[in-house]
Design a protein around this ligand. Sequence first.
Ligand code: AHM
Ligand code: MG
Length: 345
Amino acid sequence: MTQVSEPLDLSTDKTLDRDCTTLSRHVLQQLQSFGPDAQDLSALMNRIALAGKLIARHFSRAGLMEDVLGFTGDVNVQGESVKKMDVYANEVFISVFKQSGLVCRLASEEMEKPYYIPENCPIGRYTLLYDPIDGSSNTDINLSLGSIFSIRQQEGTDLDGEAKDLLNHGRKQLAAGYILYGPSTMLVYSIGKGVHFFTLDPSLGEFILTEENVKIPDHGAVYSVNEGNFWQWDESYREYIRYVHRTEGYTARYSGAMVSDIHRTLVQGGVFLYPGTLKKPEGKLRLLYESAPLAFLIEQAGGRATTGTEEILDVVPKQLHQRTPLIIGSKEDVAKVESFLKKND
Ligand code: AHM
Ligand code: MG
C-alpha cells in the first residue's frame, strides 16, 4: 500500500527565524569595537559585498544582454585571453572603492600595475588585492564562478609605483575571503577570527549570516585537481594520484573554478591541488590574490595550505603577479599529498 507522506512545508523562510545578522554588523561584533579600525574593516567588507551584488546581478542576466559574454580580444598581464566579464568585474571593484576613502590602491589579476586612487578622491589606509573573476572559463557556460579578495594595511611608502611594500607574506592579511556565484550567491570571509558564511537574500539585497565559525573536516573523500595535466606533473604528484585511484573511499570533483572547489572542500573536507607543470613550473595560481587569501581562510577553519615545500602564508613573493603551486584542504589530506612529495625528495 502506498504510504501518504506529510505534505512538504514550502513556507520555510529561514530568514524569518534568524536574527538576520548582516555583514557589517558581524564585523563589528567580531571586533567588539566601534573604533576607527573596526569601522574601516566593516565599511571595507560592505563595499566588497556591494561589488559582489553588482557582479551577481550582471551574471544572472548575462545571457539576456548584448555584448556581455565572450572575449574582448585582449590578453592580460598573465598572458591569458581576457573575457568581457573579467573587465566588467574588475571595474566594478574599482568603482565601488574609488570614492570610498578606504583604500589607497587596488591590485588585481587583470591589471599589470596597481590602480592608485586619484588625488581628487579620498585616499584610505588599505590595499585591496582581488581576483575579480575566478574560474573565467566557466563564464560563458553558466557554471559557478567566484571573486577572491584580500585586505592589507598600507605599510611604508610605495614611491616607485611598483607596490614593493605589498611583497610580504600572507600572515599580513587583515581580512580575506571569496564570493561564490552559484545557485545562491555566498560571501565567505575571515578577519582572523574564524570563517563565516553569508548568503545573499536577493529580495532583501543583503548578505545574511548563515553559518558561523565553520570548521573544515580533518579528512574528506574528494581530491580536486585537473588530471588533464597528469603527464606534465612531477612523478611524486602522479604517484599520489595513482594512490587515490587504487584506494577505496576517494572520489574526484573539479569544477574549473577554484572558489567552488574550495567551498566544497571547506564544507566536506578533502584536498585541492594545482601543482607546477612542465610548461608552468610554478603552476597557474597567483599567490597574492588567489592562493594566499584562500590559505588564510582554510587555516582559520583548521585546514592547511602549502606549496609542497612551504606553508602558503609564509611565502614572501618577489613580484605582484607571482604564481605558486598549491595544495590546500583538510589537514590529513594535505599531509597525505606531502608524504608522496617527501618520498621522492
Ligand atoms: P582564472 O582566475 O584566470 O579563472 O584562473 C584560476 C582558475 C581556478 O579557478 C581554477 O581552479 C583553475 O584556474 C582552472 O585552471 P585549469 O583549466 O588549468 O584547470
Ligand atoms: Mg580570474
